[in-house]
Design a protein around this ligand. Structure first.
Ligand SMILES: Nc1nc2c(c(=O)[nH]1)N[C@H]1C(S)=C(S)[C@@H](COP(=O)(O)OP(=O)(O)OC[C@H]3O[C@@H](n4cnc5c(=O)[nH]c(N)nc54)[C@H](O)[C@@H]3O)O[C@H]1N2
Ligand SMILES: Nc1nc2c(c(=O)[nH]1)N[C@H]1C(S)=C(S)[C@@H](COP(=O)(O)OP(=O)(O)OC[C@H]3O[C@@H](n4cnc5c(=O)[nH]c(N)nc54)[C@H](O)[C@@H]3O)O[C@H]1N2
Ligand SMILES: [Mo]
Length: 694
C-alpha cells in the first residue's frame, strides 16, 4: 500500500479582479487535487468564482505549453518546433544584444494582467528591462483614465472599505458589474440590501447586477460626466449639501456651483438618453439618504471622457459629506492603501544611461501605432508576457499588422498558444500560480495575500522571475538585484519604511496566507478630510488639471463617437458598441478551455428589439458587426437588456476560436481618454448586418 502525502498550500488568485481571493490548494503526492477559497478570509469567505474554482483544469490542461519553441511557419501561422531552454535563451540574448548595441529603447516589454503578483508581474521583469534600458510600457489599458480622474478629485487610489458598505442605506453601482467582475464585493452589497439599503445600477446594459438592483438607469455610453454634473446641480439647488464639510474639506465650491448652474437634469437628458425626472429623482435620493455609498468600477472609464467621469462622480460624496460615515463615500480602488516599495521591487535606478538615452515611454493602448508608425528608434524587439495584445488591444487589425512585421523580433512567454503567441519567433512556456511563488496586494479590498508554490512546474515551464534571472545571466548583467530569489522579492514588497505604520502583519501573511492592512477600524478615510491632494482637500477646482491644460472644474466631456458628438459618423454607424467581460472568461484568460467555451456558447451580440426590427434581424442570426476599422461576427440575441441604440457583445473571445478569426477589438478604436492615456474601448460606433450562413 502506497502512502499518499497530503498537504494544504496557501495561495492567492493571480487574476486581474478586484477580489484577489485567498485560496487553499490540496496537494497529494505532488499533484494538486483540490482548490477552494480560504474560509477564514473575510472577503473570499470560502468561495471562488465560476472560473477560478476550476483553476486545476487550467493548470493541467492538455493545451499548456510545456517546452520552448521557435517559429517555423509564417508569422501568425502558429507553427513551431521544439528547442531547448539553452537555445531559446541564447537566441533571445543574442538578438537583444544586437538591437541594444544601437539603442536599447528599440526593445519593448509588453505585459499586463496575466498575474497581478509582485514577484511574477512587477519586479524581476522590470529590473531586467530597466537594466537593459528598454522602452518603458505605459500600462494604461484598464484603469489609467479612472485613476487619473479619481486622483484629480480625491488625490490617491483610496476610498471606503468595501466591507463597510453593508451599513449603507443607498448604494449606487456606477459603471460596474459586480455579479460578474467583483463577485465577492457583491456579497457585501447584497447584505446591505438585506439590511434595507436601496441598490441603484447605472449601466447602459441591463446586466445581471442591474437586474438585481432596485433601480436601473441606462445612460448612453460615455455620458456619465453629464449625469454627475446634473446630480450636482440638483444637490446644490435643493441645498442638500453639507456646508460644514464643504467649508472644511473641499476646494472650489463657489466655482463648482457656478459651473453646474446650467447643468440641469433637462440639460443632461438629451445627452445621456435618460429622462430628466429620473436624473432629478436619483440626485434627491442621493442627497437625502445617509450613509450613501458609490461603488464605481472601470466600465465607465473606457470612453473618451472616462477621466472626467470618475472625477465628477468622486466629487459627489464631498458635496453631501457622505465621507463622514465609514459606510458612506465612494470606492474605485483600494490599491493606494498598500505601502508598496515599488523602487525596491522594480529598481528603476538600474537604467544604464539616461543622458544618452532618455527613457522612452510607449502607451500599451496604442501598440498598433507603436509597431507601425515611424519612431526613433523603431521598435525592433518585443517581449510579451502576462498579456495577449493581439486579442485585447483596441483596433486589432492594426495590432496584427504590427506583429506581422518580418523585421520585428518577438518573444512570447505564455501558458497557452494565444492569438499573440502565433506571432512569436521564440515561444516560452510559463508556470501557473500553483507552480511559482508570489505575493499580492488587492485593488478591491484591504488584504494582502501570499502565494506559495503548491506543485513543481509542469514540463519545462518556468516562471517569469526565473526566466528574467536566466536572461540576465545570458546578457552578462551581473547586478545582485538580478539574482534575487523569489522569497527575497516577496519580502521587500511591503517593506517601505515611511509607511510602516500602515504595514502589514508579515508574520500573519506567512502563516495564515493573508493579512489585513493595519488601518483603523472602522475605516473612514476622509471623515475628517485629509485628502491626499496637493491642497489636502477634495478638489472641485484642480490646479494640477489646469497645469496639464485640462478643465480645472468638473466638465461635460462627450464621447468621441456618438450621435451627439459625431452626427456624421453616427449616420453611417448608428449603434454604440460595448464589449464588457463575459462571466466565464477573464479577459482572454479561460477563453480557450472547453468548460468555459461551452458555458458561453459562442460570440453573441445583444440588440434591442427596436433596433433589430428596424434592420429585419431575427434571433440567432449570424451578424457582421462593422465600422471603418474592421468587422467581426456574432450571433444575434434580441433582448431588452440592450437599450435602444446600444449593442453589447460579452468578451473577450480568442480571435482564432471565433469562427471568422476576429473579435470585438476589430471595431474598437485606439484613440485615448481625456486623462491618463487610457483606451476608449467602449466609445465605439458600429452598424450591423445579417450574413448568410455557409
Ligand atoms: N468574469 C470576469 N471578471 C472580470 C474580468 C473579466 O474579464 N471577466 N475582468 C477583470 C478586469 S481586468 C476588470 S478591469 C474588471 C472589469 O469590470 P468592471 O470594472 O465592472 O468593468 P466592465 O465590466 O468593463 O464594465 C462594467 C459595466 O460598465 C458598463 N459600461 C460601459 N460603458 C459605460 C459607461 O459609459 N457608463 C457606465 N455607467 N457604464 C458603462 C458595462 O456595460 C458593464 O456592464 O473586471 C475584472 N473581473
Ligand atoms: N474589447 C475589449 N477589449 C478589452 C477589454 C474589454 O472589456 N473589451 N478589457 C480591457 C482590460 S480592462 C484589460 S485589463 C485588458 C486585459 O488584457 P490582458 O492583461 O492581456 O489579459 P488576458 O487576456 O487575460 O491575458 C493575460 C495572459 O497572460 C498569461 N499569463 C498568466 N499568467 C502568466 C504568467 O505567470 N506568466 C506569463 N508569462 N504569462 C501568464 C495568460 O495565459 C493570458 O494569456 O484587456 C482590455 N481589452
Ligand atoms: Mo482590466
Amino acid at each position: 500500500m502506497s502512502v499518499v502525502e497530503t498537504s494544504i498550500v496557501k495561495a492567492a488568485c493571480p487574476h486581474d479582479c478586484p477580489d484577489t481571493c485567498a485560496m487553499e490548494i490540496t496537494v497529494e503526492s505532488g499533484r494538486a487535487v483540490k482548490i477552494r477559497g480560504a474560509a477564514d478570509h473575510p472577503f473570499t469567505n470560502g468561495a471562488l468564482c465560476t472560473k477560478v474554482a476550476h483553476y486545476l483544469e487550467r493548470t493541467y490542461s492538455d493545451q499548456r505549453l510545456l517546452h520552448p519553441m521557435k517559429r517555423v511557419g509564417r508569422k501568425g501561422e502558429g507553427r513551431f518546433e521544439r528547442i531547448s531552454w539553452d537555445e531559446a535563451l541564447a537566441t533571445i540574448s543574442e538578438r537583444f544584444k544586437a538591437i541594444a548595441a544601437d539603442d536599447p529603447r528599440a526593445i519593448l516589454p509588453y505585459n499586463y494582467g496575466g498575474t497581478l503578483g509582485f514577484v511574477q508581474g512587477a519586479s524581476m521583469d522590470m529590473r531586467f528591462f530597466n537594466r537593459l534600458g528598454a522602452s518603458r510600457l505605459d500600462q494604461t489599458i484598464c484603469a489609467a483614465a479612472g485613476a487619473a480622474g479619481w486622483k484629480a478629485s480625491v488625490g490617491a487610489s483610496i476610498g471606503m472599505d468595501p466591507e463597510a458598505i453593508v451599513d449603507a442605506r443607498l448604494i449606487i453601482i456606477w459603471g460596474g458589474n459586480p455579479v460578474v467582475s467583483n463577485l465577492h464585493g457583491w456579497r457585501f452589497m447584497q447584505e446591505a440590501k438585506r439590511r434595507g439599503a436601496r441598490l441603484v445600477c447605472i449601466d447602459p446594459w441591463r446586466t445581471q447586477t442591474a437586474e438585481k438592483c432596485d433601480l436601473h438607469l441606462a445612460p448612453m455610453p460615455g455620458t456619465d460626466t453629464a449625469l454627475a454634473l446634473a446630480m450636482m446641480q440638483v444637490l446644490i439647488e435643493a441645498d442638500l449639501v453639507d456646508h460644514d464639510y464643504i467649508a472644511r474639506h473641499t476646494l472650489g465650491f463657489a466655482q463648482l456651483a457656478e459651473r453646474v448652474k446650467a447643468c440641469s437634469p433637462e440639460w443632461a437628458a438629451p445627452l445621456t438618453g435618460l429622462p430628466a425626472d429620473a436624473i432629478r429623482a436619483l440626485a434627491l435620493d442621493y442627497g437625502n439618504t445617509r450613509p450613501s455609498a458609490i461603488r464605481l468600477n472601470y466600465g465607465l472609464n473606457r470612453c473618451h471622457g472616462g477621466g472626467m467621469a470618475v472625477r465628477n462622480i468622486a466629487c459627489l460624496p464631498a458635496l453631501t459629506g457622505a465621507w463622514r460615515h465609514p459606510a458612506g463615500g465612494a470606492l474605485l480602488s483600494t490599491s493606494g492603501n498598500f505601502p508598496v516599495d515599488q523602487h525596491a521591487l522594480e529598481r528603476p535606478d538600474l537604467y544604464p544611461d539616461p543622458q544618452r538615452h532618455p527613457p522612452r515611454h510607449i502607451n500599451m493602448s496604442q501598440i498598433g501605432e507603436a509597431l507601425l508608425d515611424e519612431r526613433d528608434p523603431p521598435v525592433k524587439g518585443i517581449y510579451v508576457y502576462n498579456s495577449n495584445p493581439v486579442a485585447i488591444a483596441p483596433d486589432s487589425n492594426r495590432v496584427r499588422a504590427g506583429f506581422m512585421r518580418e523585421d520585428l523580433f518577438c518573444v512570447v512567454h505564455e501558458l497557452f498558444q494565444t492569438d499573440t503567441a502565433d506571432y512569436a519567433d521564440i515561444l516560452l512556456p510559463a508556470t501557473t500560480q500553483l507552480e511559482h511563488r508570489d505575493v499580492h496586494k488587492a485593488y478591491g479590498h484591504l488584504y494582502a495575500v501570499d502565494n506559495q508554490p503548491a506543485i513543481a512546474p509542469l514540463g519545462e515551464a518556468k516562471s517569469n522571475s526565473e526566466v528574467f534571472r536566466l536572461l540576465s545571466r545570458a546578457m552578462g548583467f551581473t547586478d545582485a538585484a538580478l539574482a534575487d530569489s523569489d522569497d527575497a522579492i516577496a519580502a521587500v514588497a511591503f517593506a517601505r519604511r515611511d509607511t510602516r505604520a500602515l504595514g502589514l502583519d508579515t508574520a500573519a501573511l506567512a502563516e495564515r496566507g493573508w493579512a489585513r492592512l493595519n488601518l483603523p477600524r472602522p475605516f473612514a478615510p476622509f471623515a475628517a478630510g485629509g485628502f491626499p491632494t496637493p491642497s489636502g482637500k477634495c478638489e472641485f477646482f484642480s490646479e494640477s488639471l489646469a497645469a496639464a491644460g485640462l478643465d480645472p472644474l468638473p466638465a461635460w466631456v462627450p464621447p468621441l463617437e456618438s450621435p451627439v458628438s459625431s452626427p456624421e459618423l453616427a449616420a453611417r454607424y448608428p449603434l454604440a458598441f460595448l464589449s464588457p467581460p463575459a462571466r466565464n472568461f477573464l479577459n482572454t484568460s479561460f477563453a480557450n478551455l472547453p468548460r468555459f467555451l461551452k458555458q458561453e456558447g459562442g460570440p453573441t451580440l445583444e440588440i434591442n428589439p427596436l433596433d433589430a426590427a428596424g434592420r429585419g434581424l431575427v434571433e440567432g442570426q449570424r451578424l457582421r458587426i462593422f465600422n471603418d476599422r474592421g468587422a467581426f461576427h456574432a450571433r444575434a440575441v434580441i433582448t431588452e437588456r440592450a437599450r435602444p441604440g446600444v449593442v453589447v457583445s460579452p468578451s473577450i473571445w480568442w480571435q482564432k476560436l471565433s469562427g471568422d478569426g476576429a473579435n470585438a477589438n476589430a471595431v474598437t478604436s485606439s484613440a485615448l481618454t481625456d486623462m491618463g492615456g487610457g483606451p476608449v474601448i467602449y466609445d465605439c460606433l458600429v452598424e450591423i448586418q445579417a450574413v448568410s450562413e455557409g
